[in-house]
Write a protein of this length. Sequence first.
Length: 463
Amino acid sequence: MNIIILGAGRVGESVAESLVSEQNDITVIDMDPARLRALEERLDLRGVVGNGIQPSVLREAGAQDTDMVIACAANDETNLVVCKVAHDIFNVHSTIARLRSPEFIEGEELLGKNGFAVDHVLCPEESVMRYIHQLISFPEALQVLEFAEGRASLIAVRATHGGALVGHTIGEFRERFPHAQMRVVAIYRLDTEMEATKQTRILAGDEVFILADTEKIRTVLGAIHNIDKPVRRLMIAGGGRVGLRLARSLSGQCQVKVIERDLKRCEYLASQLPSSMLVLQGDGADEDLLLEENVGEMDMFLALTSDDEDNIMSAMLAKRLGANRVMALINRRAYADMMQGSTIDIAISPSQTVIGELLTHLRRGDVAAVHSLRRGAAEALEGIARGDVKTSKLVGRRVEEVKLPKGTRIGAIVRGEGRKSEVLMPHHDTLIESDDHIIIFIPNKRLVREVEKLFQVSATFFG
């Protein structure tokens, strides 16, 4: 696809990096020539210096031949105008805008073709908040991702000593828990993927990816990892957009303390949050302050400032002082990679939480959802089988007959709609039916295009 990205900031850079790796033709527009040069040197893309709301700049970027515009500038106003100009003047088929304001809702008339012509809305802060909520609900997990409107979930969890799965093979686990609706789709040991067969033995420290019926997540987690107590007390370092959204959403659910350095921001936070939440002025990496506020009694500590170094230091300090589970918001990929396996339990990447939403809009065929895994190296894709035996490469075929790229595997099939739907753990002879939602684990992004083709209905396909 030919794609124009407006804005070479953190989100724009991450989007460009992800899309370039999938062999798209990418052009990035930004006002900063030095930033563009750095991107051009590192990635296979073209940079155009200028203001993206100007038709002449969009024309120079090739808008007349572009399939999609992704507006990731810092200001909502800029992103809205760019989408409008791209659609009205250059007839760009698809537009995506990063919008922070909650008042711009996807699908409403204001963003429709007669309005700002925004097809899809991305809000990194909202995405991060939803991601953190899942981790609060399932504190044992490293990652929780939903498919088929929440009926199935992909869980990443680190196997621990004492868990029922540790020391046993995957085959033995199925025998011990025959009624657990789950499938191990991937195992990573020391950052290396292990083949997930019946004979594969799980060791303590392994990162295990499991697809399961969402209603059975608790049972599955308990089998692999000692069940953690529910999160009741939570401390947030950083009262910015993400911190405020999260604290506000946890009203009535947890005891929340927010630490914010800026006095005026503290006053604003206090006016926006319930009186039951404590807002403290101070530094999240101040040991005396953390001790005074009993950080060691916290079920979870979240470092959510805009500074990676501050987040890393405060999260590591909170862990040393006794916080049960700590998370840090880390924008730089190199830092996030360094924190893997450190005292920080989870490094949250804002860009990666957004990438999954974005990839769903880019996928070909009948793709319902895409989630980025392991900081973008792998993916889990949900597609809908359409057509019949003559027009589909999936419908009417047993799982063993589907020609999957090497290394990819079908983890689950969701059949039916709404409450009547059921989550199937497919066997080699499971027959795929029309309208089945098929969830596939893809260990390497280079294989995505081949998987997408499976979901494309063709009038000329005869097996």
